[in-house]
Design a protein. Structure first.
Length: 325
């Protein structure tokens, strides 16, 4: 019998990855106004001081998110990525944005020693979390790029950019706000945050890391300075329990099974949301020992939360502790 099984639908698509933050009560104040909406099967919101006209951003944000969904959602048969996954070995012309995000995914795969693998989609589906059909033998090195397209060396190879696409969407949404002349804003997309400027009080924006166990207080609140982003990957957003064992959506490519190192979540702070999003996934997939080594070697600001009896044990790397409130 499967208890508390979570079966995602197409509309939940990319939105479930990394949704592990909450806004502290201090952010919800009379000094702020906001707009919100839905995209990628999740919600988005932006808050800032009253003098900023956030509402004028809405049409551009909605158009941006709609375009990214048409490009990168594996839950849409008509998306560019689904067309790539369905084709035989060879090349498919792609727009510059798809090439840019795929290049970032391959660079992350290389830097993480394959802990992050954008060809792991069929394994994710095999364990009950995704729609991608294809080979359960991932091989990110068999994906190649040129200036006008993306190629694959095998008919059954597929591409899944959900591990970084939401972060990229967040970066681009904040760029829209910046280009529109807004200079103090906190943007949330499905639990990933990026700051622009500062809180109206003159301090950094505050974002609380959600506890990975239910009904527990936040283990940390982070000070998010101008143009910094934060993302979390872990068991909370997508998992199910079978025979008293919890299975999550993040795959350990060494075992080809859900990552199971005792980690409950990994939070990463970086200068862009795509980097934070991707590395949170990579470090969780790598596991506590290898993930911590990777984070230390790269000077990455990360917070690992490890199961410790009925509670959690925090493990910190890089400058993350300096960001604690």
């Amino acid at each position: 019998m499967i208890d508390r099984i979570f079966r995602p639908t197409r509309r939940r698509a990319m939105g479930m990855f990394g949704a592990a933050f909450i806004l502290p009560q201090s952010v919800h104040s009379d000094t702020l106004v906001g707009i919100s909406g839905s995209a990628f099967g999740t919600t988005w919101s932006a808050v800032g001081p009253p003098r900023q006209d956030l509402e004028r951003l809405r049409p551009e944000i909605e158009a941006l998110f709609s375009a990214i969904d048409r490009q990168m959602s594996p839950w849409r048969a008509d998306s560019q990525i689904s067309q790539f996954n369905a084709m035989r070995a060879g090349w498919l012309a792609q727009d510059p944005e798809m090439i840019h995000v795929t290049a970032a995914a391959l660079e992350l795969a290389n830097a993480s020693g394959g802990a992050f693998d954008p060809t792991v989609g069929p394994l994710v589906a095999q364990w009950g979390f995704g729609p991608i059909e294809g080979s359960t033998l991932p091989d990110w090195r068999a994906i190649s790029l040129r200036t006008d397209g993306i190629g694959k060396a095998r008919d059954d190879l597929t591409l899944d950019l959900c591990g970084i696409a939401k972060g990229r969407a967040l970066d681009r949404a904040v760029d829209l706000a910046r280009n529109a002349g807004l200079n103090n804003l906190l943007f949330d997309l499905g639990g990933e945050f990026k700051a622009l400027g500062q809180h109206p009080s003159g301090r950094p924006w505050h974002v609380a890391v959600q506890h990975p166990l239910t009904n527990q207080p936040a283990p940390a609140t982070l000070k998010l300075s101008d143009d910094w982003a934060v993302a979390t990957s872990g068991l909370q957003s997508q998992s199910y329990e079978l025979a008293q064992h919890v299975y999550g959506h993040i795959i350990d490519t060494k075992t080809r099974a859900p990552a199971d190192s005792g980690l409950l979540s990994v939070t990463v702070v970086a200068k862009d949301a795509m980097t934070a999003d991707g590395w949170a996934t990579a470090l969780f997939a790598a596991g506590l020992t290898d993930g911590q080594t990777l984070a230390n070697d790269l000077g990455m600001s990360a917070l690992f939360l490890v199961r410790d009896g009925t509670g959690v044990l925090p493990v910190k790397t890089g400058a993350i502790e300096m960001m604690f409130l």
